[in-house]
Structure formats: C-alpha cells, structure tokens
Design a protein around this ligand. Sequence first.
Ligand code: NAD
Ligand code: TYD
Length: 338
Amino acid sequence: MKVLVTGGSGFIGTNLLRYILENRSDWSVVNLDLLTYAGNLENTMDLADAYPGRYEFVKGDIADHACVDALFSRHSFDLVLNLAAESHVDRSIEDSGIFVRTNILGVQVLLDAARRHKVGRFLHVSTDEVYGSLGKEGRFREDFHLEPNSPYSASKAAGDLLVRSYVKTHGLDAVVTRCSNNYGPYQFPEKLIPLMVINAFNDRDLPVYGEGRNVRDWIFVDDHCRGIVMVAENGRCGEAYNMGGDAEKENIQIVRLILGNLAKPDSLIRFVTDRPGHDFRYAMDFAKIEAELGWQPEFGFDEGLKKTIAWYLDNQSWWEKILSGTYRHYYERMYGSR
Ligand code: NAD
Ligand code: TYD
C-alpha cells in the first residue's frame, strides 16, 4: 500500500505516522507537510532510518495545485489520509484567511488530485467542532446538522462537506472522521494541555478562559490514530465516523489535575477574558464506529494525562526549542543547501 499522509509533521500526524509504520508493515508512507509554525521536522527525523524505504518527507502545500499534482503523478497512491490543516481556534479568530485557504481550498485541491489520479480511497480528518456547541445534555451524532461557530470549525465543516460532495457527484471513495479534543506527545504548546503543563512546570500563570466551565471530551492521540486506520481500512464509503475519549472534563478540572500531578499550587491559575464565541460543550456519541468497526478508546483520561505529562517532562528540549523558535532551524540545516 502506498499512502499519502498530509500534515504528518504536526501533532496527530506525527503520532499517526509512527502508528502506521509500527503496525502496518506493508504500508509505505509519503508525508506532505508545509512546515508551518505547527509543523516540526524533528518530530519525524528518525523515521527514514528506522523504516528504510518506507518513509519519505516532501515539503509542500496541499493548496498548491502544481505541487500536489506533481506528487500524485510521481506516486500512485492507494490511500490519502488528510490531516494537514490550520488547527487552532484562537488563531482563526485573529486571522481566518489562512484557515480558508488550507482547510477548504487545500481539501478541494487534494480531492481533485485524488479523482484525477484514481486514488483508491480518501480519508479526511474532520473534527467534532463542526457540530457546534452542546448544552449540558446530549452527545453529537453523525446525523446532526453541522453548526460550526468559529472560523476554524466553519472552515473544517466546509472541507468535510466538500468530501461528501465528491462522493455524491464524482463517485470518489472517501470517508470522514470527526474526533474530539486530542492530547498526547508532540502537541504544539498553544493548546490547553501542553500549554498548562509547560507553564506549571515553569511556575508561570495558567490562563483559563472565562470561568473554566467549558467542557471538552478528551481522547489520547493513540486511540484517534488507531481509529483513523480502522476507518481507512473498513469504513463505508461516504460515511462520517465520530470518535471520542468518553472523558468529558471542564477546563478547570484539567488545569487542577495538571497542577496536582506536578505538585504546583492552584494560585498559578489566572482567569482571563473569555474566547469570543467560545463553544460551551463537546461530547461524542461513537456508537456507530463501535458497532461497525469495533473501535473504542482504550486509554482512560488519568492514564493518558500521566503519560502526556511524563512525555513533556522527558522531552524538555523539544518544547524549549519551540518556545525559543529554534525548532525552525532544523529544516534549514537539513535541506537549506540541497
Ligand atoms: P497541527 O496544527 O499540530 O498540525 C497541522 C500540520 O499540518 C502541521 O504539520 C502543518 O505544518 C501542516 N500544514 C498546515 N498547513 C498546511 C498546508 N497548507 N499544506 C501542507 N501541510 C500543512 O494539527 P493537529 O492537532 O495535528 O490536527 C491534525 C488534523 O486533525 C487537523 O485536520 C485537525 O483539524 C484535526 N483534528 C484535530 C484535533 C485536535 O484535538 N488536535 C481534534 C480533531 C480533529
Ligand atoms: P484548545 O486546546 O484551544 O482546543 P479547542 O478550542 O479546539 O477545544 O482549548 C481547549 C479548551 O481550553 C477550550 O475550551 C479553550 C480553553 N483554553 C483555556 O481556557 N486557556 C487557554 O490558554 C487555551 C489555549 C484554551
């Protein structure tokens, strides 16, 4: 199997590449990544040597038609796993243009290439945020209307629906996954859990939006990666599949758990102005993927959080290079003069 993973140098992509290379010995993978601020080539620099002949990195933009077409001409992909995206809600509030370009135009360029080059299957990684926000009760099901509230989730909803349209209109074999909030190793420290771990470690304030009562359903990233591969292999064409961690938490609970794990005082918590349009609650009904594919999350939240905190403590130089900006020098060193 020849597989294209886009966005493989980001958080979930890095974990997914490792999962695939370890667990699918007959798959070889090309990682197409633009290396935006969220992409870190060091995350995957060991893979080419660890899995000879099975891993290749290509720097490029999913929204660049010529780049994507040349790549699809060079390789005959059996499967495309599209993870490349602008992924941070707060950045989309500041400037949504790049979200529209990557998360909508990028998906369209990839879908057209998949169609023209007769790719076997296309899997698009969408998000629970396309459903909008829940009140205190209920869980998102796949048949819910999409009601996104942030420029990020609106751009993801558009990409998600473009995939649907290529199935219906062009007969493309495509599937969509919608997953809840991931956490685990290699997550960029702008997202809640790594940000709070690092700030607590450094005795800096932990900025909690509003009153910290917003609820997210947290899934350990390995569970998501396993589900992506299962849907790619056995999901039904044209269907969307929810995944979640069965671990709903208020933000303030998470922050307190992190402080407790690191033996730091609650006095580090600082309540700050709320995010505009802040979705109150996400919760996932994943009965469909459970019934059809036998997927369930395997990691409990306490176990996953402990593993995650341990990873950030063991990999201090990884996040220090991000905070200082020097992680971006790696690409220049490796490829700058080639
Ligand atoms: P991330 O921001 O950590 O990584 C995104 C990666 O995409 C980076 O390596 C970046 O360089 C790359 N990229 C960005 N624009 C690109 C472009 N135009 N062309 C090629 N590469 C580009 O994101 P993540 O958290 O790993 O999320 C991966 C996917 O999963 C996204 O599609 C996101 O919407 C989705 N998702 C994330 C979560 C979560 O909690 N993190 C939950 C559900 C779904
Ligand atoms: P985030 O990790 O940005 O994921 P998303 O917005 O996609 O769910 O945020 C998770 C929750 O944590 C969300 O309710 C916003 C909140 N949050 C804070 O309270 N403080 C912060 O500094 C960040 C980054 C997030």
